[in-house]
Write a protein that binds this ligand. Sequence first.
Ligand code: HEC
Ligand code: HEC
Ligand code: HEC
Ligand code: HEC
Length: 264
Amino acid sequence: MGLSHAVLIAVILLTCSFSATAAPSNSCLECHQTHYVEQGICAGCHHGNQRTSRKGLAHSGLIRGRYASFTNSRSAEVLSGIQLAEKAACRRCHVLNDTGNRLATNLDSLLWTAQPEAIRSALVNPALYMPIFHFSELDLNRLVTTVLAGGLKAGKALREPPMVVHFSAAESAKQNIFVKNCGSCHKLLSKRDGGLGVGIVGPNLSGLLSKFYPQTFEDNKTWDEEKLKRWLENPRAVRKNAVMRPVPLKPEEWDQLLKTFATS
Ligand code: HEC
Ligand code: HEC
Ligand code: HEC
Ligand code: HEC
């Protein structure tokens, strides 16, 4: 008696679990044809909701075709996006693919926290301390795809809240060494003091003393403390046609400036 009951229960359990694992209905196919079947399910590359045939719901959080290559880290889109990010030196401010300075939002978290179109518009209408790049539509597709790919690699665990960069408008900020001596011509995103300076005639100097800043010192060298010191003493001794004038600093001012440039 006990045994037959147990067998019956086992049979019921098996039947239930079998029907639960039967192929889930894919309602995307009610409106679309399949493609890339061998590379996974629709939602793997496009997100969205496969369990409803209402378009609005099925498309919620949809990743459009132009970004859907993010699941393939060796796709042409992702690879050229990485090159673009390298050239634009996004990593002097952001982490991308697990590398970079943490002065602004970790881009690897955006796959999980932002819509692709919001990532795109952040590049078209950049925040105050992010440079304006003027990317082409095609390059925007590639960069967004690369940012999403970075998120996939980082994994779902990475759900960092967006970074809030503070702007030092306070009276005390006006005494800041960078604001006083450089801020009329340059901007700087500083780990310690947030966004500093308002100038646009000189380059945005965020991350200057880190390896992620473009190698703009003579002969494509990376900037460091000693090179910055040489530059401030006399830019024309470094770059023949430099427009920037020498900025003489007292030793204590130099120390303060270095602290402002620190990225960690
Ligand atoms: C009720 C019909 C319907 C369902 C269900 C549906 N779609 Fe769509 N989908 C459309 C239509 C119609 C378009 C054309 C553009 C538009 O109207 O949004 C479209 C467009 C798309 C696009 C192209 C967008 C672009 O610009 O690249 C993708 C990708 C897509 N759907 C994926 C999916 C996926 C994945 C699912 C399932 C999770 C799904 N769709 C479910 C009707 C549907
Ligand atoms: C391996 C990733 C991948 C999978 C899986 C995948 N797609 Fe796509 N999808 C893409 C890419 C990449 C594009 C961009 C155009 C192209 O490469 O074909 C795209 C484009 C689309 C488009 C837009 C087509 C157009 O011409 O605008 C639709 C609709 C779409 N996919 C629906 C689906 C549906 C439905 C499924 C599930 C049956 C699915 N996709 C599975 C990667 C994928
Ligand atoms: C000089 C520093 C700097 C550089 C270089 C820079 N950004 Fe930004 N970026 C910022 C700041 C500041 C913000 C706004 C505050 C934040 O999100 O941390 C921002 C915001 C963003 C956002 C929106 C983040 C969100 O939370 O929604 C994206 C996406 C982004 N940047 C991508 C890029 C990419 C891609 C590059 C390279 C092409 C780049 N940024 C280069 C400073 C920079
Ligand atoms: C009156 C405007 C002005 C001031 C003030 C100024 N700069 Fe510059 N700076 C420039 C300009 C313009 C450039 C572009 C290169 C050139 O001189 O042609 C530049 C270039 C630079 C560069 C080279 C960056 C690169 O990628 O090529 C560094 C580093 C730099 N400035 C640091 C500073 C620092 C630090 C201060 C303050 C102590 C400062 N600058 C103050 C105008 C200024």
